[in-house]
Design a binder for this molecule. Structure first.
Ligand SMILES: [Zn+2]
Length: 408
């Protein structure tokens, strides 16, 4: 009994390895699967045959480049095995994407975020989910996972937004957005956590020298941070510490969260606006600052406006100090900077380096690698796909308890 269940466990792990190799590299031939997973050829044969029988993967033929000889047989995830909906919530809009099991984007639309409380918000999401399924003529029951991201603090175990810039401490339980006919699992993650996961996966695809641990720093209306580390069993460990609301200065400027002196109260867009226009530090400017306003301040700073320059310098120092604390606690790691605020990186950089260089961890270990990756939107979507499909693949394998053992 015990022997059999451990055989089954090994088999599930090997199936997961095969599916994740196909996720990472796309269509693969038998020998390529063997190379990518380190599994013996016979094991790969047994697993691919089993996954194909279960209609989880499918075969396709590719004609040899020379046009002669036998075509190559390639394996890939079967598109219709199930579906994924991703929901990316930003400060002014919500983007919905419908993706098939092979990772193909089938439909995407964006809706304005709208006014109103959490009930109105959830009802709008519910209606949009139904619309996404109807437009592509997909039975909602075949959507396996709804993957949601937002700024703010996500509950560690449930799809509940615990704190967000828009709803404050009023919790939002996204499982309530699924109406009758839907049976999908719902997950919620902090947006910058997904960015960190996507960056780590990009590193893993670079052969040999990819970074084993990294941080993603998102600059915009709010300040986000994610840390991603290569885990033992090949699965990444990703987390999103509450960086934006970490203390920068005791009794300092008032933050949107209600506390004083948070990093965001110096480095968020509203904070840059506040310093540049010499508004008192206990004033909270508008909830949403159009990027054009910040671009204007940036243009002023580049033309020599002293208060505008100071606003970006203060923001940079707050970010640099915060990063130095991150490195002191977690050790050295490269920091990938993303988000709309990267447009002003030329103005932030000196302050960030100044804020970093004040601490021992940097004096001894040197300045961390700071790299700008401006296209946050594709990183967020990539992060959704990576995480969501690793969960979907695990669930699909685990829900098939009667797989035949190899060689039986
Ligand atoms: Zn705060």
């Amino acid at each position: 009994m015990l022997a059999k269940s451990s055989t089954e466990l090994v088999r599930q792990q090997n199936s997961a390895l095969v599916l994740s190799a196909l996720r990472r590299h796309g269509r693969l031939a038998h020998t390529e699967i063997s190379d990518a997973t380190g599994l013996a050829s016979a094991t790969v044969s047994a697993i691919t045959a089993d996954l194909e029988r279960a209609r989880i993967i499918e075969k396709s033929e590719q004609q040899a480049v020379s046009g002669r000889g036998r075509p190559r047989v390639l394996f890939s995830q079967r598109r219709g095995c199930g579906y994924l909906v991703t929901i990316i919530i930003s400060s002014d809009s919500i983007q919905y994407s419908l993706v098939d099991y092979a990772g193909t984007l089938l439909d995407r639309f964006t809706e304005p975020r709208g006014e109103g409380g959490t009930a109105t918000f959830l009802a709008a999401i519910s209606a949009a989910l139904t619309r996404a399924a109807t437009r592509s003529r997909i039975d909602p029951a075949r959507v396996l996972l709804v993957s949601i991201s937002s700024k703010g603090l996500a509950h560690p175990a449930a799809p509940v937004l615990v704190w967000s810039p828009v709803f404050g401490a009023q919790p939002v339980d996204f499982s309530q957005a699924l109406t009758d006919g839907w049976s999908a699992k719902v997950i919620l993650n902090n947006e910058t956590l997904l960015v960190a996961g996507a960056l780590l996966e990009r590193e893993a695809k670079r052969k040999g020298e990819g970074e084993p641990v990294l941080a993603a720093l998102s600059l915009g209306h709010s300040i986000g941070l994610g840390i991603a580390r290569r885990g033992g069993a090949g699965l990444p460990e990703i987390s999103a510490p509450n960086f934006g609301h970490m203390l920068h200065m005791p009794d300092g400027g008032l933050c949107r969260c209600g506390a004083r002196g948070c990093i965001e109260a110096y480095a968020g867009f509203y904070a840059i606006l506040r310093t540049a226009f010499e508004v008192p530090m206990d004033t909270i400017p508008a909830k949403f600052v159009p990027i054009a306003e910040i671009d204007k301040i940036a243009a002023g700073a580049r033309q020599g406006n002293r208060m505008a320059q100071l606003a970006f310098r203060h923001a940079g120092v707050a970010l640099g100090n915060g990063l130095s604390r991150l490195l002191s606690l977690h050790g050295h790691m490269p920091v990938f900077i993303t988000g709309p605020g990267t447009r002003h990186y030329d103005l932030l950089q000196a302050g960030m380096e100044e804020g970093l260089s004040q601490t021992q961890v940097v004096r001894l270990g040197g300045m961390p690698n700071l790299l700008v990756v401006p296209d946050e939107a594709s990183l967020v979507f990539e992060g959704h796909l990576n995480l969501a499909f690793s969960i979907i693949d695990q669930d699909i394998i685990a829900s098939r308890p009667h797989m035949q053992a190899a060689g039986e």
